[in-house]
Design a protein around this ligand. Structure first.
Ligand code: 13P
Length: 244
C-alpha cells in the first residue's frame, strides 16, 4: 500500500466574495507546503476566479457539492464536470450541513461521488455522528455505516478522501478528546476498501489544536471551516501538518 497523502482542505461554506480572493493568493504565496496537498473550497461563484488566482501555485481548488447527474434539468445544481471545467480538482460531498439542510442520505452521497470520479475529481466524503448519537454510544456504528454507504465502488486512494466531522464539533469550538478521534480513525482505517485513502479530521480545528490532532495515528490531515477563511490561520494549520 502507498501511504495516505497528507491533506489540508479549507471549506469556506457560504462565505467569501471576490474581495476575499487575496486570502487564497496569500496562502499560496506565504504558506507553501513541502509535504501536504492544500485545497480551498470556496462557494461555487468563486471557483473559476480562485482557480485563476492560484494558477502556478500548488494550492488546488474544490467545490462544496455537485449533482449526481452529469447534465440536465436540475435548476440551481452544478455537475461534477462543470466543477472540473471551472478549475476544480476536488469536491466535498455529504457534508453534515448538506445532509441536514438538503436531506442528503448516504446513498445519494455515493451517487455524487461516482459522478465526481467520472469527471476526474477527488471526492472528499464527509461522515460524522450527532451529539445524541455519541451520547448513546452509537458513534462507531453511525460513522462506519455512513462510510460504507457513502462510498461508491469506484473509490480508491487516487480519487477519494474521507473526512470525519463530528456534527457537534462543527463551528462550536468543541472537539472530541484525542482518544475519541483516535478510536474513530482507527476504525475507519480498518474498514476502508483501500487503506491508502487519506482520513481527515474536521470540527473546530484551529492553529492552537492542530498539532495535537495531527499527532494522532491515522489522522492524515484536516477539513477546516472557519479557520480556513484567513490565510494566516489556515497557513498555521498547514505548517502544523508539515511538522507532523
Ligand atoms: P469549523 O472548522 O468551522 O468547525 O467547520 C468544520 C467543517 O464543517 C469543515 O467542513
Amino acid at each position: 500500500m502507498t501511504a495516505p497523502r497528507k491533506l489540508a482542505v479549507g471549506n469556506w461554506k457560504m462565505n467569501g466574495l471576490r474581495a476575499d480572493l487575496h486570502e487564497a493568493r496569500k496562502l499560496a504565496a506565504e504558506f507553501p507546503s513541502p509535504s501536504a496537498d492544500i485545497v480551498l473550497c470556496p462557494p461555487a461563484t468563486l471557483i473559476g476566479a480562485m482557480a485563476a488566482a492560484l494558477v502556478g501555485s500548488s494550492v488546488r481548488v474544490g467545490g462544496q457539492d455537485c449533482h449526481f447527474n452529469s447534465s440536465g434539468a436540475h435548476t440551481g445544481d452544478i455537475s461534477a464536470g462543470m466543477l472540473a471545467d471551472a478549475g476544480a480538482y476536488h469536491v466535498i460531498l455529504g457534508h453534515s450541513e448538506r445532509r441536514a439542510d438538503h436531506g442528503e442520505a448516504s446513498v445519494m452521497v455515493a451517487q455524487k461521488a461516482r459522478a465526481a470520479h467520472a469527471a476526474g475529481l477527488t471526492a472528499i466524503i464527509c461522515i460524522g455522528e450527532t451529539e445524541a448519537e455519541r451520547d448513546s454510544g452509537q458513534t462507531l456504528d453511525v460513522v462506519l455505516d455512513q462510510m460504507k454507504h457513502s462510498m461508491p465502488d469506484s473509490a480508491s486512494a487516487a480519487n477519494t478522501v474521507i473526512a470525519y466531522e463530528p456534527v457537534w464539533a462543527i463551528g462550536t469550538g468543541r472537539t472530541p478528546t484525542l482518544d475519541q478521534v483516535a478510536q474513530v480513525h482507527d476504525a475507519l482505517r480498518a474498514n476502508l476498501p483501500d487503506a491508502g485513502i487519506s482520513l481527515l479530521y474536521g470540527g473546530s480545528v484551529k492553529p492552537a489544536n492542530a498539532a495535537e490532532i495531527f499527532a494522532i495515528k491515522n489522522v492524515d490531515g484536516a477539513l477546516v471551516g472557519g479557520a480556513s477563511l484567513k490565510a494566516d490561520d489556515f497557513g498555521a494549520i498547514v505548517a502544523a501538518l508539515d511538522r507532523a
